[in-house]
Ligand binder design. Structure first.
Ligand SMILES: [Zn+2]
Ligand SMILES: [Zn+2]
Length: 254
């Protein structure tokens, strides 16, 4: 299983892209502005998009992706998410006002895009790969994912603040080689961080004590301009783990 970080910043500016991960050639986890790193040919190979939640930085390039590949694909692009996330997209984005409803184009019988609800705790299997949706704690209904194949497993927190469920579920699984987890704000912004449903390095360090596995830990979703402060605070607060700044363009083989 191959993983490529297309975008993992909390914002944009120069080389910064918002959240999107490419799994092998055919799966996206979130579809933020990182999707803009893909060629048209790479976009046409995407078959599944797994969304963590309904915030703009995690889906903003999905409407443009669908429009760019339309109508050149034979099978619909399947968009997976919690029911609340999919409803938000249907009501507020693909509603003919902001963007066409591609779940009805070119025809309702053979659309270019199809919604497929998934519930936290459910596992979606694609050949030898599986993706498990895991409830987290954000200001809108949010999830993370654990992706596994026979040779490895990684987890992505999506956007979250302090919670038990994400860590409990990962502890129940046998393997975790790689963890991508957010730390959006610096410690000085703890109050804002709690209001917005994000981790600071201090809050993340407290939660990481709940995790029994010893994966490499890649930190995502830093507020633009605060990256070095957040990473320094993470390295000070998180003891006994390998902590690395996640960056667009990084690739992993699991
Ligand atoms: Zn969010
Ligand atoms: Zn976000």
């Amino acid at each position: 299983m191959k993983l490529r970080i297309l975008g993992c910043s909390g914002g944009v500016g120069s080389e910064l892209r918002t959240t999107s991960l490419l799994l092998d050639e055919d799966i996206l986890i979130d579809a933020g502005s990182g999707v803009g790193e893909l060629t048209l040919e790479e976009m046409r190979r995407i078959r599944h998009v797994f969304l963590t939640h309904s915030h703009l930085d995690h889906f903003s390039f999905l409407p443009l992706l669908v429009d760019s590949i339309f109508p050149c694909i034979r099978e619909p692009l399947i968009v997976h998410g919690q029911p609340a996330t999919l409803k938000a997209l249907q009501d507020h984005v693909f509603n003919w006002t902001i963007w066409p409803d591609f779940s009805k184009l070119p025809t309702e019988e053979k659309p270019v895009m199809r919604y497929q609800p998934l519930l936290p705790g459910e596992i979606f299997t694609l050949g030898r790969r599986s993706l498990e949706m895991i409830q987290v704690n954000h200001i809108v209904p949010g999830v993370g994912y654990r992706a596994a194949c026979p040779s490895g497993a990684f987890a992505f927190s999506g956007d979250t603040t302090t919670n038990d469920n994400f860590w409990n579920v990962l502890n129940q699984r046998e393997q975790l080689d790689l963890l991508l987890v957010e730390a959006a704000f610096a410690n000085a912004d703890e109050e804002l961080s709690k209001k917005a449903g994000h981790y600071t390095p201090k809050l993340l360090a407290e939660d990481l004590k709940k995790l029994n596995h010893q994966p490499d830990v890649y930190i995502t979703h830093n507020k633009p301009g605060h990256e070095s402060t957040i990473m320094n605070e993470c390295r000070q607060a998180i003891i006994g783990r390998k902590i690395i700044a996640a960056k667009s363009g990084q690739t992993f083989t699991l």
